[in-house]
Ligand binder design. Structure first.
Ligand SMILES: [Zn+2]
Length: 230
């Protein structure tokens, strides 16, 4: 979420921008009403207050985002997602649309099983020494994680942002019971989100053993975190 574009959208004619969903803050109608009823000065004060509120709100949300230590390298191109799994094409396509439509990111899909894309989902029996699914991002050919998805602190927000990633679905644990959640979870790692706590209603719950409800779409936590960064 870019502050300037957010303010511009708010002041222009886009009645329900995503910012409006994130919290309670002065509505445009209130400012227009103040402007009409009282004076230009009252309207100005109202708009100024809204701007200050927006700045503090963005900062507050930024403090809450759980940063894995890198962001996707848009200078190398937007994420383009390829499904090379045999079981999870629906969930991967749905996750891709979810990121594209519900965050400030642009994320695209390849046609199935073609040689395109830079976020490649594959499926195999890698063995139970590996997780049920994991993300393997790379920056300029150097991995950001070990081959089980553990961060190894080689990628960052500067010159070592990831520009390519594998997402691996491991059949050795049987069929994935929460594939919508898993697709979003692993791609969020690629885009820079770390785990939240089990109690958070987020696709970044740390494991499939948390219990409780697993969201099958990005939640407001996830959308806010990613929209602040992109
Ligand atoms: Zn994870």
């Amino acid at each position: 979420m870019k502050l300037r574009s957010g303010l511009t959208r708010w002041l222009q004619d886009e009645p329900q921008s995503r910012i409006r969903k994130r919290g309670v803050w002065p509505k445009r109608e209130h400012c227009l009403k103040a402007l009409r009823k009282h004076s230009a000065f009252a309207g100005f004060l109202c708009i100024a207050f809204a701007a200050v509120f927006l700045i503090s709100f963005v900062n507050f949300r930024e403090a809450n985002a759980v940063d894995i230590g890198w962001h996707w390298d848009y200078s190398a191109g937007a994420p383009v997602v390829r499904n090379s799994t045999s079981s999870y094409s629906v969930q991967i396509a749905s996750a891709t649309s979810d990121f594209h439509n519900n965050t400030d990111m642009s994320v695209y899909s390849c046609p199935s099983h073609t040689n395109c894309g830079n976020v490649i989902h594959s499926q195999s029996s890698w063995g139970t020494q590996y997780p049920i699914a994991w993300a393997l991002p790379f920056s300029g050919g150097s991995p950001c994680t070990d081959n089980k998805g553990q961060t190894i602190y080689t990628c960052d927000h500067g010159s070592n942002k990831p520009d390519w990633a594998a997402v691996r679905w491991n059949d050795s644990w049987g069929a994935n019971s929460k594939p919508h959640f898993t697709a979003r979870h692993e791609m969020s790692h690629v885009f820079g989100l770390a785990h939240r706590s089990c109690g958070d209603y987020s696709v970044m719950k740390p494991s499939l053993t948390c219990g409780g409800t697993y969201p099958a779409t990005l939640t407001s936590f996830d959308e806010n975190d990613l929209s602040i960064w992109y």
